[in-house]
Design a binder for this molecule. Structure first.
Ligand SMILES: [Zn+2]
Length: 235
């Protein structure tokens, strides 16, 4: 038994090899002219004994599940359409796989679902990155995109929720990993001794060859001052 959604988003019930669509409290077989009906008796779904469908069609059921899986993944994950179709196809029996054509129509359907639901496509350039308002906040409605320089050549985005920042704020030491050379902080680190002292608590390890990281980490920890000399703001 499974409850799924049709391609058009209607509730459907898969039960004992038959597919039903909801008609208020009764579930009616999706096949034209079939009098098959099912209902939920408070504990489980059951067929009406006097309204049983004709021969079941297992391939048809697999096809409905296949479509449902594709629709669900299109809405809920960011996997490329080709991967979604591929993975859904792996779950099909060989009989059902033959009846479902290997075509790009499913990939187009995924793109269409994502367009309809206003789900952004995978960006190819910095300019393609457009974060819709509903994705700028967390589920608890806190601001999540803290900073966006909107620079199409050197895009810089900072994401964090207030809770995470508060948590960070209460910690005595921060250990960072990052692209410091990219941000030109390496020069700052080498030439400005105040910045260096502040930064070494945070990120000095990224400038150390991998084989020396552990040894240097111990040294840095011993010599690092307990207080942060100042906070650096990038925004
Ligand atoms: Zn039927």
């Amino acid at each position: 038994m499974s409850l799924i959604k049709s391609i058009k988003g209607r509730d459907e019930l898969l039960l004992d090899g038959y597919r039903y669509r909801r008609d208020r409290l009764v579930w009616c077989c999706v096949k034209n002219n079939c009098k098959g009906r099912a209902r939920h008796d408070g504990i489980m779904f059951k067929m009406y004994q006097d309204r049983i469908c004709q021969a079941p069609d297992p391939n048809e059921i697999e096809k409905a599940l296949f479509n449902y899986e594709i629709k669900k993944k299109a809405e809920q994950c960011h996997d490329p359409p080709r991967l979604i179709v591929h993975e859904a196809r792996l779950k099909l029996s060989s009989d059902a796989a033959i009846t479902i054509p290997q075509c790009t129509a499913f990939q187009r359907r995924i793109q269409r679902i994502r367009q309809d639901e206003d789900i952004p496509t995978q960006p190819k350039t910095f300019a393609d990155i457009v974060i819709p308002l509903n994705f700028q906040n967390t589920v608890t409605n806190q601001k999540f995109v803290l900073y966006d320089n909107n620079d199409h050549n050197r895009r810089l985005l900072i994401f964090a929720g207030k809770e995470q920042l508060d948590f960070l704020n209460e910690c005595e030491s921060w250990h960072c990993d990052g692209t410091f050379a990219e941000l030109h902080l390496k020069k700052e680190f080498l030439e400005n001794d105040i910045s260096r002292r502040t930064m070494k608590n945070l990120a000095a390890l990224v400038f150390i060859p991998p084989q020396n990281v552990i040894e240097k980490f111990v040294q840095l920890k011993k010599s690092a001052s307990d207080v942060l000399d100042g906070k650096m703001t990038f925004a």
